[in-house]
Design a protein around this ligand. Structure first.
Ligand SMILES: [Fe+2]
Length: 367
């Protein structure tokens, strides 16, 4: 006898990560960008014993995920461990973070506005607000979506007893060693392997000419993660070269006023994101995007993203060829090859702000 088919259950087709988000009972910010992470509304978050909001932008494509957590004066977050990577950026305030692994030696380090650090995979950790008067607010970017979607069982994700001693073994100097700065052989890009960056606002940055416009840059390989971070700065009256890469690069504006354009080859209109300090945007996977400083001060941003130089994942997530011309098989648009509308728009916007355009030198160099 032939077996009769049964109607598909309505519960099918939702990811385990989305179900997890619903159970967290926090609002979820969606879209291409968040206007200001520093002022975005947070609500009580029982699991973390703090306040928070999830930020699941289109461009993350559920490969990675972000949230903002706010800790009341003098309070601490609940202790947790999890099988996904987590990189923190301190939006405001100061405090400390306690980390412990299998030997129960607690390592504690202090953070302040502008600090960037990563929690070693599956270690117990909690954040303390060191101020008795001001709340502390941090942004986290995590690899939770991929991990939860593949494994699904939340008990395993949050209560797995395995200790990744290959990543963290209670080393005394884990969060305060100097680390090593590496130079790529094929470009000016510098990569700092470290587990703690004290202040991404103030740190000195070396040049990275390949990405255009007198730009400076430092990449961070944190806690032996696949999730990395970098800081870039570019001068007044300039813009970077357009490029593209996989999803999930969370770009957080630290200093400056300007805008980013994002587009695809099929749709020749631009998503036009205006930014200021505190704005976060995520370009969708393989969408062209380009950052423009049309304001009166240098522009500096932090990106927390896939694309470790040390640990590759997949070609789609790794940022390969982002500083090589598309004409030469890379994923960058050289100034000479860009859509003429792009420079015209920049000219107009700088004029409106009384800012002098300083691109001639970089165009000449590119010829
Ligand atoms: Fe990018």
């Amino acid at each position: 006898m032939e077996k009769q088919p049964v109607r598909l259950p309505e519960s099918w087709g939702r990811t385990a990560f989305r179900r997890f988000l619903e159970n967290e009972q926090l609002p979820i910010i969606t879209g291409f960008a968040v206007d200001d992470l520093k002022t975005v509304e947070v609500v009580p978050w029982p699991r973390m014993d703090a306040k928070g909001v999830y930020v699941q932008l289109t461009g993350a494509e559920d490969t990675d995920s972000a949230y903002v957590v706010e800790i009341a004066p003098g309070k601490s977050t609940a202790e947790e461990r999890h099988l996904y990577e987590e990189v923190y950026f301190v939006l405001s305030g100061r405090g400390s973070c306690e980390v412990s692994g299998h030997n129960e030696d607690r390592r504690s380090f202090e953070w302040q506005t502008g600090s960037v650090f990563a929690i070693p995979l599956n270690t117990f950790h909690r954040l303390h607000n060191g101020s008795g008067r001001e709340p502390a607010r941090l942004l986290a970017v995590t690899t939770a979506p991929l991990m939860i979607n593949l494994v699904r069982n939340l008990d395993f994700i949050f209560n797995c007893p395995f200790d990744f001693t290959d990543r963290f073994d209670g080393q005394d100097d884990y969060f305060n060693r100097e680390g090593t700065i590496y130079a790529r052989p094929d470009s000016q890009q510098k990569i700092w392997e470290t587990n703690f960056v004290a202040d991404v606002y103030k740190m000195q940055l070396p040049a990275w000419a390949e990405r255009g416009a007198g730009g400076k840059h430092m990449k961070f390989e944190l806690a032996d993660n696949v999730l990395v971070a970098h800081v870039s700065e570019f001068p007044v009256g300039t813009y970077k070269k357009g490029h593209r890469h996989g999803p999930g690069a969370h770009v957080i504006i630290l200093e400056g006023n300007g805008y980013s354009l994002m587009w695809t080859d099929q749709h020749k209109t631009f998503e036009d994101i205006q930014w200021k300090p505190g704005t976060m945007l995520v370009p969708p996977g393989m969408w062209w995007h380009q950052h423009f400083n049309s304001g009166p001060t240098p522009a500096r941003y932090l990106a927390i993203r896939w694309g470790s130089t040390k640990w590759k994942v997949t070609r789609y997530l790794d940022h390969q060829g982002i500083d090589k011309s598309a004409k030469a098989g890379g994923h960058q648009i050289e100034y000479a090859d860009q859509d003429p509308r792009i420079h015209r728009m920049f000219d107009e916007r700088c004029k409106a702000n009384g800012v002098e355009v300083k691109m001639d030198e970089f165009f000449a160099r590119a010829r």
